[in-house]
Design a protein around this ligand. Structure first.
Ligand SMILES: Nc1nc2c(c(=O)[nH]1)N[C@H]1C(S)=C(S)[C@@H](COP(=O)(O)OP(=O)(O)OC[C@H]3O[C@@H](n4cnc5c(=O)[nH]c(N)nc54)[C@H](O)[C@@H]3O)O[C@H]1N2
Ligand SMILES: Nc1nc2c(c(=O)[nH]1)N[C@H]1C(S)=C(S)[C@@H](COP(=O)(O)OP(=O)(O)OC[C@H]3O[C@@H](n4cnc5c(=O)[nH]c(N)nc54)[C@H](O)[C@@H]3O)O[C@H]1N2
Ligand SMILES: [Mo]
Length: 801
């Protein structure tokens, strides 16, 4: 794919037109036939092919025209409250835009009038596309707030637990703590040892939200390793450095990192290796934690032998690792996957305690970093410049709920959810509206989601392609993609900022999310609240002016557009204030205290204790792990890491993703011992199941994963079999979507974050005849019906086929 050449000029496009994508910058142009073409940035040290398929704008999966589920439409037209049943089964009817917009506006107004703003769920979580203005989710939030308020999902699926925990520990928000972590240049220059929980998987650095300046993490890590960085990867799967023999790899049972960290602390304390002056000066609560570590609080001492029984790591290896850390410039890194577990907050807290006991927080090339390798941006030197992202509007009549509790709320309105010290009562949701995300990709326990999805009266989805969420919606509005609209993008994860005009006209009848929502705002009489009276062009000017304010070295919008791409240098001031936050605290904790209750790093917290949780980092056995009783039935721990060959569910239908599948199925990584015990050979079709559901996948045998653990990447589009059912009679996914198996429960009352990695399964070989009969067919649009046929049919007997 990457050798496709661009023939600019052929249709008059500028030869060095740029496009910023989540996957980094590409050069964009049209081929001789006028079709879009993308090529990697020649200056990118390690460009990724993943984004190239964005050029296939006219893919057959595109949503071409607005469409409504026929049974829903019939109910609405008859003035009845629509039913949530039949989603994904009844055919769609295509509608003219005006009618679709009238329907959307009327439903929003009706639900608002009859059930109030909190009955409208505009959580709409998801990555959408890169761009400051065409941010589908932000645009939708603006409309729903302008129209009177809505229930908003807060937090992320990415780092939800860390996001809520770090403010308790450091008093800094998640982004500020990330900016204060040592950057890759510092690590390459000064760090002696990088202890990484979860590794630095380079597959995940191919992209980052909002775009990256290029792919620099791999080279930075190489530089550090070449200089002699001692890298230790503690993970159930090898990362690239461990697989290449450049990092020591300690295999740990998933979900047990806190036990390991407590034992490392035990060794450091018992051998007098902790930095007591730093603990006294910079932290609060160490005596409480120390008592817990030594077992002076009535719990067992957290010795290496104690931790060995939990983590599966030999006690001698734990002792050796603690000694290796002591007295050296150390970074304690943690991948976000480690906190995407039940009690993931505790792992994040424990990582800070370890770095604090080693006296490293606030030193150059020392401390904690939660997210190296979680994207191509984390750890890049900060520019201090502010991107001009379009923002939200106040939502005073609405409410906020933790984003991953979506199904809980639908299934149990009125139930309470404890969230970071507050108690929320779940609203009674009647309307769900999604733009720029795919819950049938991201949510855990899809069979449960399907039950929840039947609750609301109306579900509206804006997307470019017929995802399973779109296919299971009532009203589907076709959105344009990034090549079909003008935007500014970049500047979030590094200096590169790109302004691009639309390269091609919208596909079929697709419209920009902004235009769709503006037309609805018109119908509701809230247009000026929605867009401040500005059109898309005026918004770009405003966003760019915001980004430029306080600087004098950036061109105006016309200049930016003429350049196409700029890579402005960092702002020295901003670098000092953000990146140096922990260094300043360390230099003078009294003058520059942290905004925590104690002004210091909190290793014990009354606020956390008040939530009914241990008030210090503490190992709590999760509901599902290698030590739980459930292993009698489900002996394998299933991880669902990020996919190397796509972005979540996006571009699953493109060449890199398809090439990595086997017989059209996602590949599940298994240790050869676990495979042999089940008579599974490489490439075999297997069934992965537990009590929540089942999917098929293709076995991939590898010693890069530890025995007892299997890994099925996220992102294979849900493909329910019409014939093959699980033990509870639910369709088996033929394609390999791990969210048929994952557990849908909050991490803890702190964050209520997703905990997809807390998941036990078993795996067996599927006979070849069944495998052949169950061919995956995930990339299909819905059935369509002719309008006259369906609207005259009685909705109670279902639509005519
Ligand atoms: N089991 C398991 N599940 C997980 C995870 C895991 O580790 N394990 N990881 C979680 C994480 S970290 C994340 S971030 C989520 C990701 O979950 P999502 O962000 O929901 O996943 P995407 O597939 O990126 O969905 C984005 C959707 O937006 C659409 N889109 C793109 N651009 C536009 C646009 O401009 N307008 C509109 N209207 N639509 C657009 C795309 O076509 C796509 O359908 O998944 C989570 N799910
Ligand atoms: N190619 C590609 N890159 C991506 C994405 C994508 O879809 N595709 N998604 C992006 C997004 S939205 C996000 S949020 C980031 C996510 O970044 P991460 O959350 O860091 O990525 P994951 O791959 O889910 O998990 C990283 C590693 O955690 C380890 N791990 C899992 N459980 C445990 C545990 O209990 N203990 C230890 N020690 N290790 C464990 C696994 O070995 C896994 O390789 O990635 C981003 N990068
Ligand atoms: Mo994420």
């Amino acid at each position: 794919m990457s050798d496709r050449s661009i023939e600019p000029g052929a249709t008059g496009t500028h030869p060095t037109r740029w496009l910023m994508t989540h996957y980094g910058p590409y050069q964009a142009g049209l081929d001789a036939a006028g079709r879009p073409q993308l090529a990697p940035d020649p200056a990118d040290p390690a460009p990724t092919p993943l984004g190239l398929a964005l050029a296939e704008v006219d893919h057959r999966l595109r949503i071409r025209r607005p469409a409504a589920r026929s049974t829903w439409l019939a109910a609405v037209e008859a003035g009845r409250d629509p039913e949530g049943t039949g989603r994904g089964e009844a055919p769609f009817v295509e509608l003219p835009w005006d009618e679709a917009l009238d329907l959307a506006a009327a439903e929003l107004a009706r639900i608002h009038r009859d059930h109030g703003p909190t009955a409208i769920y505009g959580g709409s979580y998801g990555w959408g596309s890169a761009g400051w203005f065409h941010r589908a989710r932000a645009q939708l939030h603006r409309l729903l707030a302008a129209a009177g308020g809505f229930t908003m999902g807060v937090g992320t699926y990415s780092h939800g637990a860390a996001e809520r925990m770090i403010p308790h520990v450091l008093g800094l928000d998640f982004a500020a703590a990330g900016a204060a972590a040592p950057d890759w240049d510092e690590i390459a220059a000064t760090t002696d040892i990088l202890l990484s929980f979860g590794g630095i998987p380079l597959r995940n650095t191919q992209l980052d939200w909002g775009g990256i300046p290029g792919h620099r993490v791999g080279a930075a890590l190489e530089r550090a390793l070449d200089r002699g960085l001692d890298m230790v990867t503690v993970a159930p799967m090898a990362d690239d450095a461990a697989a290449a023999g450049r990092a020591r790899w300690l295999r740990i049972r998933p979900g047990t990192d806190v036990a390991l960290i407590l034992a490392l602390l035990h060794v450091l304390v018992s051998e007098g290796l902790i930095d007591r002056p730093a603990l006294d000066r910079l932290t609060h609560g160490w005596p409480v934690l120390e008592a817990h570590i030594l077992g002076r609080d009535g719990t067992p001492p957290k010795t290496p032998a104690w931790a060995a029984g939990i983590t599966g790591i030999a006690d001698a290896a734990i002792t050796a690792l603690a000694r290796r850390l002591a007295g050296r410039r150390a970074v304690i890194a943690m991948a976000w996957g480690v906190q995407r577990h039940q009690n993931g907050e505790m792992a994040v807290w424990a990582a800070h305690a370890l770095a604090a006991a080693l006296g490293q927080i606030g030193l150059p090339g020392g401390g904690v970093g939660i997210g190296y390798g979680a994207g191509g941006g984390f750890g890049l030197p900060q520019t201090g410049r502010r991107p001009g992202l379009i923002g939200a509007l106040p939502n005073p009549n609405g409410m906020e709920v933790p984003v991953s509790r979506f199904a809980d709320i639908l299934l149990a309105p009125g139930a309470t959810i404890d969230h970071d010290g507050r108690r929320i009562t779940a609203p009674d949701i009647r309307l769900v509206w999604w733009a720029g995300g795919n819950p049938f990709h991201h949510h855990q326990d899809l069979n449960r989601l399907i039950r929840a999805w039947a609750v609301p009266r109306t579900i509206i989805v804006q997307d470019m392609v017929w995802t399973q969420a779109a296919r299971r919606a009532d009203l589907v509005l076709p959105a344009t993609g990034p090549l079909e609209r003008a935007d500014i993008a970049g500047g979030l994860q590094g200096p590169t900022i790109i302004a691009a005009d639309a390269l091609v006209p919208p596909v079929a009848e697709a419209r920009d999310d902004h235009a769709i929502l503006a037309a609805i705002a018109d119908r509701l009489g809230c247009r000026s609240a929605f867009d401040d009276g500005l059109d898309a062009e005026a918004w770009l000017a405003r966003l760019w002016d915001r980004a430029r304010s306080g600087t004098d070295d950036l061109p105006d919008l016309a200049g930016l557009r003429a350049a196409g791409r700029i890579d402005p240098p960092p702002l020295p001031d901003a670098v000092r204030t953000r990146a140096g936050r922990l260094a300043r605290f360390r230099a003078d904790p009294a003058a520059d205290p942290l905004p925590t209750p104690s002004g210091r790093i909190e290793l014990a917290s009354d606020r956390i204790a008040a939530m009914g949780l241990p008030g210090h980092p503490c190992w709590q056995p999760p509901a599902e792990w290698a030590g739980s009783d459930l292993t009698a039935r489900f002996p394998l721990h299933l991880l669902s890491p990020q996919p190397a060959t796509r972005l979540h569910g996006q571009l699953d239908h493109a060449a890199p993703s398809l090439a990595a599948k086997h017989d059209g199925r996602e590949r599940v990584m298994l240790h050869p011992e676990d495979a042999a015990a089940r008579g599974i050979a490489d490439g075999d079709c297997v069934m992965i199941w537990n009590d929540r559901g089942a999917c098929l996948a293709a076995a991939r045998l590898s010693t890069d994963i530890m025995p007892g653990v299997a890994a099925l990447p996220t992102g294979a589009w849900y493909d329910p079999s019409p014939t093959l059912k699980d033990a509870a009679g639910r369709p088996v996914c033929r394609h390999g979507n791990p969210n048929l198996l994952t557990r849908d429960a909050g991490s803890s009352p702190i964050a209520q974050a997703p905990a997809a990695q807390t998941c036990l399964v078993d795996i067996r070989r599927v006979d070849p005849a069944t495998a052949a009969a169950e061919r995956p067919s995930p990339y299909e649009g819905p059935m369509f019906a002719d309008r006259d046929t369906v609207t005259t049919a009685s909705p109670d007997t279902g639509p005519a086929a």
